[in-house]
Design a protein around this ligand. Structure first.
Ligand code: SAM
Ligand code: SF4
Length: 498
């Protein structure tokens, strides 16, 4: 049971959706901490309850409306609790949120989250329901719409990061690609690149806080272009500048748009020691007919050629993709072509989604959502099975190899055990016991191994002895390592920077 005995104000925040939302929540928490808030993981305890929402698929919205439904009674018995809906669903639904859940106090779009502390204060002071959203794509000049979405905020909060050693850094907002299925250009506004000086300053700040890896975010991150005078900074230029930030050991960037995968970027990923050899480049479908209706702007052959270039330029690169199954009009033949492409291109992993019609998109306007849900589900499972078999096969060559792992923290299993039994005692005279840890290779493969708490945040050499589709299992290589560590290897190969 939750109890709120302290006088500090308590904040409960729940985040759904992509990495952008995780970062937005970090910024909201940082700004509310300045107002004296502390985090709680219990809604009953909380003075303020915020949902940072996603509208990419219907399921994500349903989840939030059900969570709001569960708070109706709490709000009746504790009318002083402030309840807020932030993010993409707030921007999309606006007043509809108040209509469906009249006890919600704030509705705040992703471009307005810097206003959350003021809006919470006003709602608490009895100013009534607060709505702050950005302009829609047709509600003003491009400049005015852009300004209404721009809210780059340098306030950070380590407690909200993926781990204390990894942080997201936004380098772009918005999207201008308008894929016909996608709501993002409507709710996140026009594509805008952030000035390199701000990105570098944030990277330095994160490094000084002990952060080892930064993950650059943009909906089409490789389209990054910042023009100042007659100079243009591209993503590759930015990577060269970030390489020089002391303390940062690894740099990743997501998500890439297939048509903007330029050679200068591939050369930077190949040549820069801190750059991850991992690229997420969603293809979405293996059928030209479907890609055209999605308005992705490339054919399957063009994607294949792009991937060929990526693999030629960057040996050992890991590439992942997204797929939408059951898009409007997708036939068995279209889907068979997608399966064929997955078998051919051998992605490290694929994220597979059932098409979800989004009101306000060109897809919803132009094409009926005519693939039955049962068919979408069956195609999803079939594609996932094909991908999993490939992922498992492609992890086998790692057996016996040594890889460099950035240690992120206890593994999921260790965290579950700690939840049941409580954390082990730490402090002087209490030796740190063995702990199952998890981390990632430079090509984004997850590695699980036995270690100890002191190793969290370090880059360690690990020898791999087992693998499944999603995970490599290994042993940390110590200076006193005996030959048994290399028993699976054909020889003492030098450590791969993988
Ligand atoms: N900007 C990224 C890109 O172009 O690849 C992806 C952004 S989107 C938030 C992440 C993924 O969600 C997409 O790659 C797509 O596979 C999926 N997605 C987007 N809209 C969808 C929809 N209406 N139904 C199902 N999946 C969708
Ligand atoms: Fe959505 Fe397409 Fe933009 Fe990605 S590129 S955010 S899928 S519109």
């Amino acid at each position: 049971m939750c109890t709120n005995s302290s006088m500090t104000k308590k904040l409960y925040i729940e985040t759904v959706g992509c990495q952008m939302n995780v970062l937005d929540s970090e910024l909201v928490v940082a700004s509310l901490r300045k107002e004296g808030y502390e985090l709680t993981d219990c809604t009953a305890d909380a003075d303020t309850i915020l949902f940072n929402t996603c509208s990419v698929r219907q399921h994500a919205e349903d989840k939030i409306y059900s969570a709001l439904g569960r708070l109706k009674h709490a709000k009746q018995t504790h009318p002083d609790k402030v309840i807020g809906v932030l993010g993409c669903m707030a921007q999309k639904d606006q007043r509809l949120v108040f209509e469906r859940a009249p006890y919600v106090d704030l509705v705040v779009g992703p471009g307005q989250i810097h206003q959350v502390p003021r809006l919470v204060k006003e709602a608490r002071a009895g100013a009534g329901q607060q709505l702050e959203v950005s302009l829609g794509r047709k509600e003003g000049s491009r400049d005015a719409i852009q300004r209404s979405h721009a809210s780059f905020d340098p306030l950070r909060d380590p407690a909200m990061r993926p781990t204390p050693y990894q942080a997201y850094v936004r380098i772009m907002i918005g999207c201008d690609k308008f894929c016909t299925y996608c709501i993002v250009p409507n709710v996140r506004g026009p594509e805008q690149s952030r000035p390199p000086s701000e990105i570098l300053a944030e990277a330095h700040q994160l490094a000084s806080e002990g952060c080892k890896e930064i993950i650059l975010l943009g909906q089409t991150v490789n389209s990054y272009r910042y023009r100042h005078g007659d100079r243009t900074t591209r993503l590759s230029d930015l990577l060269y500048e970030l390489q020089e930030v002391d303390g940062i050991e690894r740099i990743r960037f997501i998500t890439n748009y297939p048509k903007d995968m330029t050679d200068d970027l591939l050369a930077a990923v190949r040549d820069l020691p801190k750059s991850s050899r991992y690229l997420h480049v969603p293809v979405q479908s293996g059928s030209d007919r479907v890609l055209e209706r999605m308005k992705r702007g490339y054919t399957v052959d063009e994607y294949r050629a792009m991937l060929g270039r990526v693999r030629d330029w960057i040996p050992g690169v890991a590439v992942t993709s997204d797929f939408i199954v059951g898009f409007c009009g997708e036939t068995d033949e279209d889907f068979a072509q997608t399966c064929k492409l997955v078998r051919q291109l051998r992605f490290k992993n694929s994220y597979i989604f059932k098409y979800s019609e989004r009101p306000g998109t060109k897809g919803a306007e132009r094409f009926p959502d005519d693939v039955p849900d049962a068919v979408k589900k069956a195609r999803n499972n079939q594609l996932l099975a094909i991908q999993n078999a490939i992922s498992e096969e492609d992890n086998q060559p790692f057996l016996g190899r040594q890889v460099e792992v950035l240690v992120e923290g206890p593994s999921k299993a260790a965290l579950k055990r700690e939840k049941q039994t409580g954390p082990p005692p730490v402090g002087p005279g209490k030796p740190a016991g063995p702990l199952q840890l998890t981390g990632r290779t430079r090509c984004d493969r997850i590695v699980v191994f036995e270690g100890n708490r002191r190793q969290i945040g370090q880059l360690l050499p690990v020898t791999i002895y087992d693998a499944n589709a999603l995970t490599l299992f290994g042993t940390v290589v110590t200076q006193h390592a005996g030959p048994e560590l290399f028993a699976l290897s054909s020889g003492n190969r030098p450590m791969n920077r993988l």
